[in-house]
Design a binder for this molecule. Structure first.
Ligand code: HEC
Length: 141
């Protein structure tokens, strides 16, 4: 009886530490993506969208429209890689500009910058890894 109890306690310890190490790995990955994504953003995006993601007047749209970002989550990789033209409505304001593509960014860079923008500027949309970017990029029109 006593042995069983000890066995049970040990097992639950092993189990909780297993779950914890999984969570830690996701948290570490998230942080790594976020930090690298910030660097990529500063280099490639900040000029237009601003360090606070608020864009510039009616010229460059802000990245603060969580609904737009959520609805277009699986198109973000294509927007970043290939750019975007044509009318868009962001925070209820119409924009019709030209965003240049970033063809030299690798899948992982794109995923990292997506983690950064979708978890900054008031957005809180969680993790997005390079496999997601790879899958989404196959579907670019
Ligand atoms: C030369 C200026 C410029 C740069 C640099 C730029 N963008 Fe844009 N971006 C725009 C414009 C203009 C639009 C709107 C295009 C349209 O009217 O269809 C846009 C649209 C977007 C959108 C969709 C609309 C929105 O506001 O949510 C996202 C997301 C986005 N850009 C992210 C990025 C990211 C990430 C980078 C860097 C990798 C970047 N942009 C670099 C100008 C720029």
């Amino acid at each position: 009886m006593r042995n069983k109890l000890i066995y049970f306690i040990l097992l639950s310890f092993a189990f909780t530490s297993m779950i914890q190490s999984c969570q830690n790995e996701t948290t570490i990955n998230f942080k790594r993506y976020y930090v690298n994504g910030k660097g990529i953003y500063e280099k490639n995006c900040q000029n237009c969208h601003g360090s606070d993601g608020k864009g510039l007047g009616t010229l460059y749209p802000p990245l603060t429209d969580s609904t737009y970002l959520k609805l277009n989550r699986n198109k973000l990789a294509c927007i970043i890689k290939n750019g975007q033209t044509g009318p868009v409505k962001i925070n209820n304001i119409s924009y019709d500009g030209i965003m240049p593509g970033n063809e030299t960014l690798a899948d992982i860079d794109i995923a990292q910058v997506i983690v950064y923008i979708t978890n900054s500027f008031g957005n809180q949309q969680g993790f997005y890894d390079s496999e997601f970017a790879k899958n989404d990029l196959v579907k670019c029109k």
